[in-house]
Design a protein around this ligand. Sequence first.
Ligand code: COA
Length: 424
Amino acid sequence: MEALKGVKILDFTHVQSGPTCTQLLAWFGADVIKVERPGVGDATRKQLVDVPGADSLYFTMLNHNKRSIELNTKNETGKEILERLIKTCDVMVENFAPGALDRMGFGWERVQELNPRMIMASVKGFGPGPYEDCKVYENVAQCTGGSASTTGFLDGPPTVTGAQIGDSGTGLHLALGIVTALFQREQTGRGQKVLASMQDGVLNLCRVKLRDQQRLERGPLTEYSQHGQGIEFGDATPRAGNDSGGGQPGWILKCKGWETDPNAYVYFITQAAVWGNICDLIGQPDWKDDPAYAKPDARLDKIPQIFDRIEEWTKTKTKFEVMDACNPLDIPCGPILSMKELSQEQSLRETGTIVEVDHPERGPYLTVGCPVKLSDSPAEVKRSPLLGEHTAEILQEVLGYSGDDFDKVVASGAVGEIKTAGSD
Ligand code: COA
């Protein structure tokens, strides 16, 4: 049984943030109906194309388990169909630029009028305030949410991260808001508006950096390696390189082969509880009792030097040998795994985290499956829909169009060319 079975999602999302959210809901069993502009569809279908003529990986990897209806929501018949969809669905999810839904004639008041039980969930770049009307993409959110200013090295520029915390991160936040609103609707019978702003989402993920901002007002951040290097702190949380964000110092260290392999590195954490094991492992047993090294506080002004010494040891081993040596001693560490290594990792295939999916236009490709595993609601990853693949199916089975009514809708041009549905 799928956890969200019976929940109908009107999916007005595009690009990455919104589609991440609705894909998760689809994996949990919701019926996600993706509304796309006839003949055009989600812009990502044709972005970063690697197989000419086929939907891009950008699109396919963010739109699994959904159905696609082509619908021009600015055409009169299209608006009627959209109204019927709003009356039928439980949740409407959108991440249009601010104002687009109002211009289309489907703002919150109208949606509520049509269906008071509707949960209307939006991703926007910013919450209410000076920037609420701005369009936003991933890196803008990383920069305005506190991530870029705290990422990178002290002597370098602000840096964006590979993890799509602005888009996919906000999609995750929105999904939580939606299921929470669905839960509340059980008690109240009413829908509500759910807003996840990308700036808020990134800032939420940068919570520890706001912690450090406030600590900085009381003195230097002694666990930052900058402190050990004798570099003064400014008035804002600095970029911390590869320092750990918590109380257990960590750093990325070179391993055997680093000269030629950009990923021959390991993240090594000098957890206080296993300090003695670390000293033995690297051949520095005297540090266990030396008052300059024995206690965590004593080590704080020497963090970079300590990692230099540990690196002398890690450079003699591959990243996997470091892992093998540290794990039995309970020393937390992690090899830097490349995307190539992750894509080939058998254990991730076995858990369904990396999945091979077949697609009629592009053949087999790899994707990331559902990252949250529910024991009673396992997620089966199904390929993304072709543009308008389910238009007829949705008009007929979900909205009940038939005979002349169906033909009129098709003739109106509101739904594009009808394709055969369910070609899976
Ligand atoms: N039928 C008819 N028109 C449609 C349609 C449909 N099925 N679907 C979309 N449209 C229209 C919209 O109504 C809008 O028209 P309008 O501007 O004339 O009112 C237009 O298509 C474009 O929508 P918009 O959202 O402005 O797209 P964009 O490509 O210009 O901007 C973003 C893209 C991502 C920058 C913008 O949508 C945005 O800032 N979204 C919120 C934040 C966000 O999610 N960002 C991250 C994306 S990963």
